[in-house]
Design a protein around this ligand. Sequence first.
Ligand code: ATP
Ligand code: MG
Length: 422
Amino acid sequence: MALTAIKGFNDILPVEAGRWQHIEQAARRVFELNGFSEIRVPIMEKTELFCRSIGDTTDIVEKEMYSFTDKGENSVTLRPEGTAGVMRALIEHKLYALDPVARLFYLGPMFRYERPQKGRYRQFHQIGAEITGVHDPLVDAQLLNMLVQFFREIGLDEPQLQVNSLGCPECRPAYRKVLVCFLEQRLEALCEDCRRRMATNPLRALDCKVPGCIEATVGAPSMLDNLCQGCADHFAGVRRYLDATATPYSVNTRMVRGLDYYTRTTFEMVTGLLGSQSAVAAGGRYDGLIAQLGGPAIPGIGFAMGVERVALLLADQDFSDHPELFIATMGASERLFAFRLMHELLQTGVRTEMDYEGKSLKSQMRRADKLGARYSVVIGENEVASGRAVFKRMANGEQIDALLTVAEIRGFVCRSGNDLPA
Ligand code: ATP
Ligand code: MG
């Protein structure tokens, strides 16, 4: 039997990887601009960390975790999300003492045992960011603006920002009662999962993707109408800051999150292009989480975006890199000259290619085409003797007569609109 990858675990092939790099580089650029530093934490943690943070009655902990017992009889889990591990590290290394406002970002693989489909995999990748130590709604708005800026930076005006507030331990229990009352009157219309969750996690019914549940919960009471004064003021603050920067958003009162640690502000970047995998990024406040994990009582807010979903939104764009110059040679005697020229160009950052195997001129030109080289040049005896050659701009056939020196070649390669190192 042929060996294949595990179901739901994908190879990111070179054609895809260009898109991924574009996404990752934009995230680093925008996040660092906003004062965030990268943190790298393990992809495996003690199972208890996720049970205590994400919550025992969430889908993730109930059915999606890759947990197993290691050779030392410890229960360990491949991380299903990033925040728990980052907060564990923040507490373990007392990062809040270093800077009371910690701004961290991470990227890497996450693991959830879900039914694989377009935009939903068992190993997937998230880029996430967290700010801890600030209650003020100003940071909620800055984090959201950073997320919006990231999507703009990669050239997408879709997806759209939706926000909501999930209240706090003061006001959510009362809302929960009101909601349960409403749902109990529509019990037979709800799916089995939602009925089961009625006692443990009734808010999830608002987020259920089963059509019957969507219909049955139209007109459900909203958390926003049941916020305590503190939460209502906080949410109004977030909206004021977003309005001040003219950030486009809408309020989605049905938005709940699949992790128990969220409080107050929650949000999603939503696309209409990926079916039920509509959330491209999601997050919110988790003001109780750090204390719950044994750290100090400091608040936090963060988000994670799904890199596969972002990549799907960019799928029609080509981010692969092409050589600036392909050097073809007439015969074997020019290969040494060409090799040295290629070497010198590479040393100064000009992406250059040549034929590796002494192929015919025709086949060398085919290769230049295939690689998408921007210029090509053919070097024969005359060119070696005179130190000059005619370069061809592949896109339009334009001919450039130039010296075969690094300085001269860099001159027109740079003029043609590429950023080369100085
Ligand atoms: P969904 O409602 O689509 O299941 P979620 O609420 O479980 O998403 P989060 O836990 O908030 O998602 O994770 C943040 C982001 O990570 C999501 O918005 C999505 O882009 C991405 N994501 C989550 N699960 C997967 C998965 N199995 N495969 C690919 N991307 C995922
Ligand atoms: Mg999910």
